[in-house]
Design a protein around this ligand. Sequence first.
Ligand code: GYE
Length: 311
Amino acid sequence: AALATTTALLAQPTLAETVGFAQIGSESGWRAAETTVTKQEAEKRGIDLKFADAQQKQENQIKAVKGFIAQGVDAILLAPVVATGWDEVLKEAQEAEIPVVLLDRMVDSDKSLYLTAVGSDLVHEGNVAGEWLVKDVGDKPCNVVELQGTTGSSPAIDRKKGFEDAIAGHDNIKIIRSQTGDFTRTKGKEVMESFLKAEDGGKNICALYAHNDDMAVGAIQAIKEAGLKPGTDIKVVSIDGVPDIFTAMAAGEANATVELTPNMAGPAFDALAAYWKDKTEPPKFIQTESKLFTQADDPQAVYETKKDLGY
Ligand code: GYE
């Protein structure tokens, strides 16, 4: 029986493509969901996925990509933690004829160094968040504190810009403090605590703009501990659409979020399948949708649809 099993295994076709996924880490609920969904999408397609978690460090990610090249994988998915510093390793992949697909963040490198990028319009997301605030505050004066994402990452740069563009020309709205919270709940809470202290216990703050929901969730905790009501005393607007922010919205403690799908891998694998088949070149950017949700959108119901999706 043992011999029969061995023979059966040997007889299996070895057609499965191998894809290396150089993931950033697990800094946020959104990131964790992206990892889960990527594994599911690979399994659905019979793709052998090699997963590397870089613990938020670019050097680890570069090592992982080099490792995938050495293994001779059929493609590499890269969620680049920061935007700069990728030229050399992307050139190595290209020389090895291994297509690279960027997921959810962009690089500053020349477009010819990767096959395509799957992601949202990150400037637009910041813009939608800013426009929501402009509409919500009307003519009232509003001091905003901003929690930025990871320094040097494309979402931190672009979401800042998009928001600033949206409030430009509305002189009643001012960003009075802005600091990185590294896309994590812990840092979001910590930095919000320092903002509250510096701004008269929070009395001088009208709204929080966080570059992701996790930092907002941490900040909501800090606002409550300072004796203020998040969602009312301090408005909260953020980005991602993770289940926890919908729970916070249902409780009146968060006001708005811009949804980002964690399924970047589906479109990436589809593009790769076409490329593997007959070298079909996908467009350089495959854009996912961004949608605004507020307390008026039945957040509890949205939560129910999301809670089992791998977050
Ligand atoms: O919004 C944040 C994550 O790169 C767009 O990274 C992504 C961001 C996402 O940690 O939660």
